[in-house]
Design a protein around this ligand. Sequence first.
Ligand code: FPP
Length: 253
Amino acid sequence: MGKTTAGEQQPDLRELAVPAHVAMILDGNGRWAKKRGLPRQMGHKKGCETLEQIIGDAAEIGIRYLTVYAFSTENWRRPEDEVGALMQLFRYYAKRLLKRARENNIRVKMIGERHRFSPDLVEAINMLERETKDNTGMTFIFAVNYGSRDEITRAVRRMVSDCQSGTLSPASITEECVASYLDTAGIPDPDLLIRTSGELRLSNFLLWQLAYAEFYVTDCLWPDFNREELVEAIRHYNKRERRFGGVTAVPNK
Ligand code: FPP
């Protein structure tokens, strides 16, 4: 058992069931910067550094899939200079991520509609996926220009088109079939959702996939998030009893 500063006994990471798939809504970059009298962009910069660190921590802890909500379909409505700064950070970190993924056997996948990005960024995304597709360690899923309603709408459009062309029949549309048309096809649903900076909403993130996930919300602002915060979320997850709509608890993975 590990010890908190208050002297209360806390289970050690070794004694905990590690969720196979953790999804995270990264929130609070702007507030972090404001608290320090800095421009919002500085919050995003520190947020990227935190993300780089957390990817490494998550892989080390044994999380198999880590999905982060980095840029939503709604984020384009932000002031032009803020969107521009985020795109610059994306460019810079895509290169660093490729290096880190190669070194640490991490597979990278993007979800969201990538074609709204500039051609160099689309190529960076494609390269990240291509160059890491055979890696067997943690899968890191980056949700960019992602919105769950947009993802479902695109999936429905493709399903209808496949029905019209005869490659899909309406009678064969099951939940598994719908899931296979989503951007997350082949990826198990998240077990745990972490949201930073205290907001209690889903913000159009993985609406289908989070159906049975446990939610953990922390007041910690994203740039301040760290390995200890992640372990704390896993501790909370271990206290939850998951029943998936039934009456008997299913052991945490
Ligand atoms: C939310 O904070 C955060 C974002 C909109 C972007 C966060 C993503 C990263 C830093 C990861 C890297 C991603 C890219 C695309 C480079 P907020 O600005 O909404 O914070 P606030 O609610 O405190 O204003």
